[in-house]
Design a protein around this ligand. Structure first.
Ligand code: GRF
Length: 220
């Protein structure tokens, strides 16, 4: 089976993109990062893509050029779209064209701490302000509402009494860098919506995250 052609949409630093590039670098990998698109010409993610010799494209800052985006995705024969730190709402026509084939990673346990304006440090500040003892990562299908589509996989990250938004964000990002490639890999192997157990098994094996999970339990 040819590798699943994946497009990554990113607005910023691109560390989740880097995790995907590293996870699917081998020619024998089930997925291939075939295109990186940003609404920010100076996004760090574009530099990472160029470094990995992956085609890049910059779209209008507001991200609302549906025809342009659909043409780009068709041109690169994209089978799965991944939003990784992409801060603009994807036009409804593009969501509809990729229904069930567009994922987003969010740095909290949805449906809490999500929605319009909930991104970056604001998410972690809201988690800390709420007193929640567990935060985490969510990978979900994208629909016409921010952070709303069907949840495919989640992983817990304990909130420590000494946490600041920065320290919590750093530990959540570590979990993102493992969960997102695991879900994309499962998607590629399953030819569509992942058999979730695959993702969980691959993920659960990670010692550091097992330790996190144990910490999460003891934090209760
Ligand atoms: C990540 O925490 C992601 O969950 C959120 O934005 C951040 C982007 O990080 N949507 P990066 O650009 O992938 O480093």
């Amino acid at each position: 089976m040819p590798p699943l052609q994946v497009a990554v949409l990113a607005s910023g630093h691109g560390s989740n993109l880097q995790a995907l590039l590293d996870a699917f670098a081998e020619p024998s990998a089930p997925a291939r990062i075939a295109l990186v698109v940003s609404n920010k010409a100076d996004a760090g993610a574009l530099g990472r893509a160029r470094g990995a010799r992956v085609p890049t494209a910059t779209i209008a800052e507001d991200g609302q050029d549906a025809d342009g985006l659909l043409a780009l995705l068709a041109q690169h024969d994209i089978g799965l779209v991944v939003l990784a730190g992409y801060l603009k709402k994807v036009p409804d026509r593009v969501v509809a064209a990729y229904r069930g084939r567009m994922l987003n990673v969010h740095p909290a346990l949805l449906p809490c701490f999500g929605g319009a304006g909930m991104y970056g440090r604001r998410v972690h500040e809201a988690v800390l302000a709420s007193g929640a003892r567990i935060s985490g990562v969510t990978v979900h299908l994208v629909d016409e509402q921010y952070d709303h589509g069907r949840i495919l996989a989640q992983w817990p990250v304990p909130v420590r009494p000494s946490d600041t938004a920065e320290t919590l964000a750093a530990r959540v990002l570590e979990a993102e860098h493992r969960l997102l490639p695991a879900v994309v890999g499962a998607f590629a192997r399953c030819g569509g919506e992942p058999c979730l157990t695959l993702a969980a098994d691959a993920f659960g094996a990670a010692p550091s995250l097992q330790r996190d999970f144990a910490d999460a339990l003891t934090a209760l």
